[in-house]
Design a protein around this ligand. Sequence first.
Ligand code: SF4
Length: 887
Amino acid sequence: MTDAPVRTTCPYCGVGCGLLAGAQEGVVRVRGDPLHPANLGALCSKGSALAETVGLEGRLLRPRIAGRDADWDAALDLVAQRFRGAIEQHGPDSVAFYVSGQLLTEDYYVANKLMKGFIGAANIDTNSRLCMASAVAAHKRAFGEDLVPTTYEDLELADLIVLVGSNTAWCHPVIYRRIIEAKERRPSLQLVVIDPRRTATCELADQHLPLRAGTDVLLFNGLLSWLARHGAADPAFLGRHTHGAARALLVADNTAGDVGAVARGCGLEAQALQRFYERFAGTERVVTLFSQGVNQSCAGTDKAGSIINVHLLTGRIGRSGMGPVSVTGQPNAMGGREVGGLANTLAAHMDLDNVEHRRLVQAFWESPRMAQRPGLKAVELFEAVHQGRIKALWIMATNPVVSLPNADRARAALRRCEFVVVSDVVADNDTAALAHVLLPAAAWGEKDGTVTNSDRRISRQRRFLPVPGEAQPDWWIISRVAQRMGFRRGFDYAGPAQIFDEHVRLSTVGNGSARAFDLGGLAGLDESGYAQLEPIQWPVSSDGRRGTPRLFTDGRFYHPDGRARLVATVPRPPRFALDEEYPLVLNTGRIRDQWHTMTRTGRSPRLGSHFPEPFVDMHGADARHFGVRCGTLVRVVTRWGRMTARLRLSGEIARGSLFVPIHWSGPTSSDARVGALVSPSVDPLSGEPEFKNTPARIEPYVVNWYGFVLARGPVSLEGASYWACAERGAFRGYEIAGRQVPGNWPTWARSLLRIEPRADWIDYQDVHAGMYRAAHIHGERLESCVFIGPRPEFPSRTWLASLFDRPQLTAAERLSLLASLPPISVPDRGPLVCACFGTGRRAVESAVAEGCRDLQAIGRKLSAGTNCGSCLPELRRLIAAAKVADR
Ligand code: SF4
């Protein structure tokens, strides 16, 4: 659509990187925007691969009713009629929206306005509840408003950065890159990682504290007490700007006043803990960055609160290079918070349980019926659906059947629900399969709006692709339904610029500096002002020219008395304790190259190469204890569900725990939706689920054969007990395994690969060894191949994959194929390390062995690590391993 690239923003994590994106003659190109302050041109592997993910395969391009294509009028009428009918019959609380941090602020604003101001209930909640609601609750409790006080530059200005519950290197890679570059420029910058796992983020850390899962409050209470006892508190700041220090300290002293006891409770060495406390006390400029490892807990609000406490006690907030930082998982979790996308908040950082705020918003919206009390938070909401209390549910841009805890119950809830609407960009996922009405939404690159990143920076997402089929932006879809429900005047928007202006004006209503969220300086932006809006951090100055990088510089907080609160936090264990039946802690999280349920990143062959199938990671000693072997299939079982995946022993996991990535779903694996295993327990204040701590057990998943398939076309997987698939470009790769041994492998394989009887087919079988290999060749080109064996040990997929690029196979290659031996001329690259250049581990190890002993040398020889930098921690690890081996 565009010749010149447009300036837009990445649709993945909360770092909010700026991009230059464009399409010319059908070729999409995306690169980092050097002028965007969040990333200054840098991108991670996911951002770098965006161009590979924008194809139309699998897109929902027309509305569908009951599985059949429909026109927009019919679909919108039906949605409006069913929602209106439920409200008339059962009241406004009988309907709900479940929305997403993927929505743009304008979409979010309109959805929230419809539910809270016109339907008159607050049953709108967002999948952001699952990742950062605890930070929101902690911010409001401590600061009086949901505020991240720092700016990314503070990370570069700090002398000590403490990363808590955050695999920053994989989950917020560009922030990590900024930290590492700052440390390279200024080696005195210290980095401490507090995380039960030894993740890639630990590679360059000065200290890693592998605390026992769930003991963060104990550790930070211990720090609070230690700081006070060692003269590190700032009495002047406490006296002028805070309340609650005495009580918070009393609780900290009583619960964590002894370093040795705290260390034992956290499973740490006392000396190591003491060293950390001394570092913290002795460094003025400290930034403490936290993420899902803190938030996703039944004590998430207190965990975040205990971190904020140490910054308030020491007065290390509101000045350069210091403060607590919550980083969000999603691109617009912050924008959602601004418009009241959570069931317990109102728009523009106003509060639902504040009568005056409700009055202000109602008057501004000219709303007929305002919600009077908070609505149902995500887990409660789906429980209400299950109980039949919600009669009509609209899910926007999210896949809760995969991502919610106790996800099988969420699926059962949708099956029971009288009316489910899903608006999304994909035609088929676990949630869409249960919708009565599917509404096609415009995707990233096809729509206009704004997002807010983790340092309060509002940036434009801009359209650079044509909108395909009949897809429409979410704000349009919601507005049209609202109008058909009878709310014509409040939803007659001409476009996102008008919605943004309304959002801006609402931020000023009744404000007068009472709330930090104030965009007043941007009021009255016309279409062209909106089109040219530069990234800006709120609050925005009255002339709209300047944002506010850092909050609380004047020591004023947003409680009515202007003071912050230190909050007493009592350590408490996870909701469910381990026992004989479930002796392990199940922890879930992200991997480097995938995003959410892989509906977008799963389309990129290079992103799919890093981890092509779901896995369970655990400690080697635990694996021996529980009788499971690396590379075999295992089953993880909890009180709520079970899953099957490959066992990995990465060396990153402490004894007693399991780690499983969140990304695999129904379309990409036979049985690896880890959400189904996660306990539905939530933090009592924030409602955020405990994704990091579910009691679990592991057992072998016994199969009689293993195998893999590479195929250009579709395959039939019914005969496999286990499968997982990944996009590989010219073909798809499937890992498979089975319990039933087919009576006739050739017949079975032809059926699997959907091969006609007379097709060109070569195969090899060793009945005694339990091996079978076959390949289908059409013309001279390899169409598909299947390898079966009794153990999960197979030839390199790298050289097999390279055969799919050949227009014709030579006789030698056919022989190699069945002999399962790559020709000597085709080196096996091993598991993927660098997604940008397709560099495998064996290539890196060879380069290191040949003398490349630093990143620059590796980069010169292989290019690996010279683009997005996401693989740098892995490269460092391989170099370090070689140096250890040399000693
Ligand atoms: S760090 Fe990566 S995923 Fe996150 S916004 Fe930047 S490019 Fe996107």
